[in-house]
Design a protein around this ligand. Structure first.
Ligand code: IPE
Ligand code: MG
Length: 241
């Protein structure tokens, strides 16, 4: 979710006003995903690198996270939305950590949409913590570890790999998001700033996705013969380049 600061700056407002509007965009896009039948929405709210921002802005973002949980969790639950938070929560205030755990527990059985907030998240952090947990729980099998050994330890082990990655705000990079899981994801970049991103913007992204051909390493001709491709992690040692 990129472009909050620029959205505010162009209106001569403080950056934090952009973050507030960004939260409204989160509401709108979550609702639109429910309408569209999207089952997993994952939002990159705060990266492990975002601690480098000015102290005031970091505190505001943390406070906004608390306020959002206070205001939204009951509504999420009413709408049968499951909330998950992934990332290294150890640097968050205990109060925030407790609120996250409570919200996750309350909404755990909801099945309409899984909304994941990536907070103090980094793709490299995720892979490393998974490697450490894998190595701690399993002695190296003959032939070495394989993708299927690592994947259950990734922090989004409850979700399929993403079909579509959307980045707003005009930058064209991953910025340490779900590095492992994005291997076969379709990318969509838009200049729209996050606070302006709405249901129509989401529909444009989904339309673009619908016009892509996902081959998972195969040829177009093969897909015509066998239209439903096996996913990239289909257990063949993961060699589906
Ligand atoms: C993204 O908007 C929000 C967070 C990282 C929390 P930015 O704050 O990066 O907005 P720009 O890039 O300065 O416009
Ligand atoms: Mg930015």
């Amino acid at each position: 979710m990129d472009g909050n600061g620029r959205w505010a700056k162009s209106r001569f407002l403080p950056r934090v006003a952009g973050h507030k509007r960004g939260l409204e965009a989160v509401r709108a896009v979550t609702k639109a995903c429910v309408t569209q039948g999207v089952q997993y929405l994952t939002l990159f709210a705060f990266s492990s690198e975002n601690w480098r921002r000015p102290k005031d802005e970091v505190s505001f973002l943390m406070e906004l996270f608390v306020i959002a949980l206070e205001q939204e969790v009951a509504k999420l639950h009413e709408n049968r939305i499951r909330l998950k938070v992934v990332g290294d929560l150890s640097s968050f205030e205990p109060r925030l950590v407790r609120m996250i755990a409570d919200a996750e527990a309350l909404t755990a059985a909801n099945d309409r949409l899984t909304l994941t907030i990536a907070a103090n998240y980094g793709g490299r952090w995720d892979i490393l913590q998974a490697v450490n947990r894998m190595a701690g729980s399993l002695t190296q099998p003959p032939g070495g570890y394989r993708e299927a050994h690592l994947a259950p330890h990734l922090s989004m082990n409850y979700a399929p790999e993403p079909d579509l990655f959307i980045r707003t705000g005009g930058e064209q990079r991953i910025s340490n998001f779900l590095l492992w899981q994005l291997a076969y994801t379709e990318f969509y970049f838009t200049d729209e700033l996050w606070p302006d991103f709405d249901a129509q913007s989401l529909n444009r992204a989904i339309d673009s996705y619908c016009n892509r051909e996902r081959r998972f390493g195969r040829t177009s001709e093969q897909l015509a013969d066998e239209p439903v491709p096996a996913g990239p992690l289909h257990e063949s040692g993961g060699d589906s380049r």
